[in-house]
Design a protein around this ligand. Structure first.
Ligand code: PEP
Ligand code: MG
Length: 564
């Protein structure tokens, strides 16, 4: 149970909790927390006939209140969140559903039981219809849960709809919850679980919500108190005083001003080119990156994220249409598309994943093609169709050996495309020279490279210090890979979350990488910070970092060289 503000030592103004920075930025606001679902005892006693009229009125008032709140939220939200919330509001007023509940109440069923029973009945029908209707089952249950809570006089379950900008505190969030967040209302995010490279953090970054993950002691911070979330330093400050807020905001605003003024293209202060690219997951994301950032192209198109909800493999023509949307967002510019990285924390319904004891060490990414290459072949056909003669860059995830790289490169070249591979496995970093004999470029995935180098699950909060992208052992492998690329005269980029940390991006430039690719909201801060450092200072920071023994030392070593 959460302690009240009265009985927690955290009430002490200025108490600071430490977590792992995930999305840079500062937010100061009152906290909210997801509320639990209200359980319904389905074998409740029947409502007396004389009370049924009142029960019906109680239900109508609850459904109306929920519908109204969802409509208000929809009006305040933006983008896809508006549509989802408006559709849910309509569901709370759906005649068929309301009618089924009313009928049951009329025969003495308590309103909450009637709502759950009607929802079960409709869920069954929706599932039977399949497709889009089946996908609405979760929404219907969400509406029902809200009505049940309203009937019980309890707070709305799930992520509350705040009336004013708030900071969301939670143990962790499902990627779907994070995707539905409205950045105008949820201005900061702090979780006690999750790592900086978990997909939840990646989505928060795409929404541009300052976020700190794996925060020690966060579970004891109640809703309804003011906190400051600093997504740049990883601090969560309870009840910060005005002076502290001012200082934090001044520092952040200086970076923000540099960031806002940066228009690209990517280069150090003395003109050494480092391409600054965007990570995207679909056409809408690519168009937004194009319109809202100075990114010079796409350095990582995570194709598997287009298909997380699909049970069957999309046809080649459908895939080609999706890929074309991303290619068309950057006509004539660089686009690096990654073949499906299915498995581990991103299983795909059509990828034939077997039960595995250790999915992160199992048949994921390119390894699926060794079992059956048909899905990969069809995806490459779709990419070639969408490329329509453009020499697009195509890379494979989870390469461990030069033989895997060779086989993949052959398939890509056959289709007139440019082959590359991701370096995410320490073995691949150690074999970078041999791998480069077969491909035209490398792209370092620091999220998985950290996970596999440190033998620490990237999703584990407890191990977040080990998967910190500033771990010197991980950076040594990055440096080694970049040096191999330079010796071979072939480009090496970094597309993992390490590149989104502006100071670390300078260190990567010092290692000699030729591009960095980051979530769209991080593009300008990375570009502006690179533009403020000379190549020589990046190189000195890189050398200093490699001589350290832990992430804290590494950050301090880089800062002492790079901070003006
Ligand atoms: C990585 O591992 O760094 C990467 C970019 O791939 P993903 O995060 O999609 O696994
Ligand atoms: Mg990866």
């Amino acid at each position: 149970m959460n302690p009240s503000p009265q009985d927690t030592a955290l009430q002490a103004a200025g108490a600071t909790l430490h977590g792992t920075p995930a999305v840079p930025g500062i937010a100061v606001a009152s906290t909210i927390r997801p509320a639990p679902r209200v359980p319904v005892e389905m074998r409740s006693v029947a409502v007396a006939e004389s009370d049924r009229h009142a029960e019906l009125a109680h239900f109508h008032a609850a459904a109306t209140a929920v519908g109204r709140r969802l409509r208000e939220r929809a009006a305040r939200a933006s983008g896809a969140a508006t549509e989802v919330l408006a559709a849910n509001a309509a569901m709370a007023a759906d005649r068929g559903w309301l009618g089924a509940v009313e009928k049951a109440i009329a025969t003495g069923t308590p309103a909450a039981v009637a709502a759950v029973a009607a929802t079960d009945q409709f869920a069954e029908i929706f599932r039977g219809l399949g497709g889009l209707m089946a996908e609405r089952v979760t929404d219907l249950r969400d509406v029902c849960d809200r009505v049940v809570a309203e009937l019980a006089g309890a707070p709305e379950p799930g992520i509350p709809a705040p009336a004013q900008p708030s900071i969301l505190l939670a143990a962790d969030l499902a990627p779907a919850d994070t995707a539905g967040l409205d950045p105008n209302l949820i201005v900061g995010l702090a979780t006690s679980l999750g790592g900086p490279t978990s997909h939840t953090a990646i989505i928060a970054r795409q929404l541009g919500i300052p976020c700190v993950v794996a925060v020690d002691g966060l579970d004891e911070v109640p809703a309804g108190i003011d906190v400051l979330v600093d997504g740049t330093t990883g601090q969560v400050v309870i009840g910060p005083d005005a002076e502290y807020v001012d200082r934090a905001l001044t520092t952040y605003r200086a970076l923000a001003a540099r960031t806002a003024a940066w228009t690209g293209p990517g280069a150090t202060a003395d003109g050494h080119r480092i391409e600054v690219l965007a990570n995207v997951q679909d056409g809408a994301g690519a168009r937004a990156a194009r319109q809202q950032t100075p990114a010079e192209g796409v350095g990582l198109f995570r194709t598997e994220l287009c298909f997380l909800d699909r049970e069957s493999e999309p046809a080649v023509a459908e895939q080609a249409a999706l890929y074309r949307e991303v290619f068309d967002a950057y006509p004539g510019q660089k686009v690096v598309i990654r073949t499906l990285d299915a498995g581990s924390d991103k299983p795909l319904g059509f990828a034939d994943h077997a039960e595995e004891a250790n999915p992160a060490l199992g048949v994921r990414g390119i390894r699926l093609a060794a079992r059956d290459s048909a899905i990969l072949d069809r995806q490459l056909d779709a990419i070639a169709e969408a490329a329509a003669g453009r020499a697009l860059w195509v890379m494979a995830p989870m390469i461990s050996t030069a033989a895997e790289a060779k086989s993949f490169a052959g398939k890509v070249r056959e289709r007139g495309l440019v082959p590359g591979v991701m370096i995410e496995v320490p073995a691949a970093a150690l074999q970078a020279e041999q791998i480069l004999e077969h491909v035209e470029f490398l792209s370092i995935g620091t999220n998985d490279l950290a996970q596999y180098t440190m033998a620490a699950d990237r999703m584990s909060a407890e191990l977040a210090t080990l998967t910190d992208p500033w771990q010197p052992a991980v950076l040594a492998l990055v440096a080694r890979t970049a040096a191999a690329g330079r010796a071979a005269g072939k480009p090496v980029g970094v597309c993992g979350e390490a590149a989104a940390d502006p100071q670390l991006a300078c260190v990567l430039a010092g290692f000699g990488v030729s591009s960095v690719s980051v979530a769209a909201p991080a593009v300008a801060a990375v570009g502006a910070t690179l533009a403020s450092a000379t190549l020589d200072s990046c190189r000195r920071a890189a050398a200093a970092v490699l001589a350290t023994a832990d992430p804290g030392e590494a950050r301090a070593a880089a800062a002492s060289v790079l901070t003006p």
